[in-house]
Design a protein around this ligand. Structure first.
Ligand code: GAL
Length: 330
């Protein structure tokens, strides 16, 4: 290759690289659902199966840090607008001690963080699987911190009242009482258990909600009613979601069918529920967040932020490819 040709190619390569880097660092002004999503440093956001906590005017997005498959602890990102996220690091690490319940090689999934007003502590709950045991430990783990950004310290892990606990979520009600909603008995049962007042353990108020072989619970409260979305149990492969409603967290829960609308609604747009975010400054506005898993490279699993549509006809989650928060003003 002549020097002139080489210089030209080099210039093109540099331009492509620079524009790619610029693209990664571009400010987001909308949710591009299921697309690559970079943090403010230009790295892919790695926070799966997580939750968003709004605290003192800042959003904190906690999630599973994944390698191509392995668990790598719990990460957190912060944002003021929900579109642009700054990476703040791993807030809960796995242990180098192979005998620890949170040893590297184990699995941490579906992290949920809640704030305890009385103890002034942030409490992290997550699905824990112990190194070398696949998904057979079926425990829930608890960690705590004085600071929202951690580091979080391991408190305990266990099966709530002896029941298996795999996919789970934590719900803090308006009265400050908190609950774990969890898939149990090899995912055949969905159960609920109230947490102790310090949120560091479970009480005996533990009850079966329904036995429909469901997982990936995500919950919100609207107009004095609780809405729970779950998936069927097909591992990383997507399936049809279902919505149910109740006046009381302990039931009875009424099944309402699939809330997803649009093409691919039968497979939850190829995703699975992670959590639901009530918008702090907009009454009765909720964002559904799902994970579009990539089992070949879990780190590259994508996020599905979608607006929940509440009308006289009920609660629905229509597909949107690219949307912004002003959709709630329409
Ligand atoms: C899914 C579950 C995920 C993960 C996965 C492992 O059913 O919702 O959180 O546990 O199985 O196969």
């Amino acid at each position: 290759m002549k020097l002139k040709q080489f210089s030209l190619l080099l210039a093109i390569a540099i331009t492509i690289n620079v524009s790619h880097a610029q693209l990664k660092k571009q400010k987001n002004t909308s949710f591009k659902v299921g697309q690559l999503w970079y943090d403010t440093e230009g790295n892919l956001i790695n926070a799966h199966g997580g939750t968003i906590l709004y605290f003192k005017h800042i959003y904190y997005w906690f999630g599973e840090k994944r390698g191509d498959h392995q668990s790598q602890g719990i990460t957190v990102y912060t944002s003021k607008d929900l579109y642009n996220w700054q990476y703040k690091g791993v807030v809960f690490e796995q242990s180098k001690d192979a005998t620890s319940p949170i040893a590297e090689g184990g699995i941490m999934e579906r992290p949920k963080v809640i704030y305890n007003k009385k103890t002034k502590k942030f409490v992290l709950w997550f699905h824990l699987e112990i190194r070398g045991r696949g998904y057979n430990a079926a425990e829930v783990g608890v960690a705590e911190s004085n600071h929202i950004l951690g580091p979080y310290k391991y408190v305990r892990s266990f099966r709530p009242n002896g029941n298996m606990s795999r996919d789970m979520t934590i719900y803090k009600d308006d009265d400050g009482k908190a609950y774990e909603i969890y898939s149990s008995r090899d995912n055949y049962d969905m159960r609920i258990v109230q947490l102790t007042d310090d949120y560091l353990n479970v009480t005996k108020k533990d009850s079966l909600l329904f036995s429909k072989h469901r997982e990936a619970p995500a919950i919100f409260k609207y107009n004095h009613q609780y809405y729970l979305i779950t998936s069927a149990c097909t591992g990383w492969a997507p399936n049809e979601a279902a919505l149910c409603v109740a006046n009381n967290l302990y039931g009875p829960w009424k099944m309402l069918g699939n809330p997803m609308k649009g093409e691919k609604s039968k497979t939850t747009f190829d995703g699975q529920p992670a959590f639901i975010l009530p918008l702090p400054n907009k009454k009765n506005c909720f964002i559904y967040v799902g994970d579009k898993w990539n089992p070949k490279d879990l780190m590259d699993s994508r996020y599905q932020f979608l607006p929940i549509k509440i009308t006289a006809g009920g609660v629905a989650i229509p597909w949107e490819e690219n949307w912004s928060l002003n959709i709630f003003d329409k």
